[in-house]
Design a protein around this ligand. Structure first.
Ligand code: ADP
Length: 258
């Protein structure tokens, strides 16, 4: 359905002439609607942790609670405030990334892929995660034409998801396709996996699958990762089986010979 705006620009009372302008505002109207929906969902997502924080703090202020219960409540407040700040960070990322999409071209540089991936794995290698992370480099060094901060953010999202939604090893494999001039970074886990129906919605904002409430997240990570990959001239594909595991593959342009 198209939305047409009708505007009267000039009217000449003596000759009864009038200048009317018709403008197709369908795209703008859709954009405003998407922004309204995004804001409504974001506010809704923030309400839950806010309500918890207020409730627990109210209890601590008005009730005489035993020290061990106090600690428990403070722990919950801390946990909910972390959730809130993660949500805020992701929301800021989304608005920054969407603004970039309408901005000028990105400034790209040549990056050695293996060392970029290693930096990300080091960032994520908490003592529990360290021995779960495995990197398989390509037979020859790969250089991509990319943007360090954006590449790092994509990798962080994919690898932290692989750790979060599985308990076993996470393998990051670097390969390339010289004919297509691109590098592939495959992040493979043996975790909970995804069904076809889940996969079709995976990259939309706020989509999460967490039936038991066992994991923390905002549902924005993969949306951010895919949008960034597209801005870098690449893409993200997923291959997964429920109960078996998932592979998320990021494809990026290799640097030219010059
Ligand atoms: P978040 O992790 O914050 O919920 P994401 O956008 O990163 O948000 O992921 C969306 C959903 O996709 C997750 O809630 C999870 O259900 C599913 N998902 C993402 N990565 C994986 C994975 N490696 N294995 C299984 N499910 C995943």
């Amino acid at each position: 359905e198209r939305v047409i705006e009708l505007r009267r620009i000039q009217q000449d009372s003596r000759s009864a002439a009038m200048l009317l302008v018709l403008r197709d505002v369908t795209a703008e109207t859709q954009l405003h609607q998407m922004q309204r929906e995004f804001l409504a969902t974001a506010a809704h997502e923030m309400r839950t942790p806010m309500t918890s924080i207020r409730g627990f703090a109210g209890l601590l202020l008005t009730e005489a609670v035993a020290p061990d219960v106090q600690r428990e409540l403070i722990g919950r407040i801390h946990h909910q405030s972390l959730r809130l700040s993660q949500l805020l960070n992701d929301l800021l990322d989304v608005s920054r990334i969407e603004a970039q999409g309408q901005g000028g071209p990105l400034v790209l540089q040549d990056l050695a892929l293996e060392s970029e991936v290693q930096d990300v794995l080091r960032t994520l290698a908490t003592p529990e995660a360290a021995d779960r992370l495995q990197l398989r480099p390509a037979p020859r060094p790969l250089v991509v034409r990319s943007h360090r901060a954006k590449l790092t953010q994509i990798l962080l999202n994919l690898v932290s998801n692989a750790l979060k939604y599985s308990r076993d090893r996470v393998t990051v494999t670097l390969t390339f396709d010289p004919a297509e001039g691109c590098a592939h970074i495959a992040v493979r886990d043996q975790g909970v996996g995804l069904s076809q129906a889940m996969m079709s919605r995976l990259f939309t904002k706020f989509y999460r699958v967490d039936p038991d409430g066992a994991t923390q997240g905002t549902g924005l990570g993969l949306y951010i990762a895919r949008t960034l990959a597209e801005q870098l001239g690449g893409r993200i594909e997923v291959c997964s089986e429920l109960g078996v595991g998932s592979t998320f593959t990021l494809t990026l342009p290799l640097a030219g010979p010059g």
